[in-house]
Design a protein around this ligand. Sequence first.
Ligand code: ATP
Length: 136
Amino acid sequence: VEETLVLIKPDGVARNLTGEILARIEAKGYQLVDLKLVQPDRELLSQHYAEHEGKPFYAPLLEFMESGPVVAIRLAGNRVIEGFRSLAGTTDPTTAAPGTIRGDLGRDWGLAVQQNLVHGSDSVETAQRELALWFD
Ligand code: ATP
């Protein structure tokens, strides 16, 4: 069965939305295989976001992601990678569709980085790489 890495980012944890986000994931029928609260360090985050190095939002992104605890989830289900990204909605919370996590709960704070509550791996290869980083 397919697996993905889901992160509830520091804004989601700080805004007490962990339960609400987990409820949506569980209601959809995906299986929680492993779950932990972590304070990611810069080393982990720079590996996780290696593809964004050099982009204007890279430094604010790392700063935001290390600003507080994150919930890391190993999530399983049929087509869960695509399915979770659909549940999450598009990157920008302002235009993310209503009914999605980011569309319903995300706020645009007008900051240099989108504090958009969640992360989900975007391919099978990325999921394997990210799950190894966060769980192995
Ligand atoms: P994720 O990978 O976290 O699920 P995503 O695939 O929608 O999100 P990516 O393009 O991988 O987005 O970017 C990773 C994260 O960097 C985004 O979730 C967001 O927090 C931030 N980000 C991406 N693009 C921008 C941007 N143009 N301006 C500000 N922040 C951005």
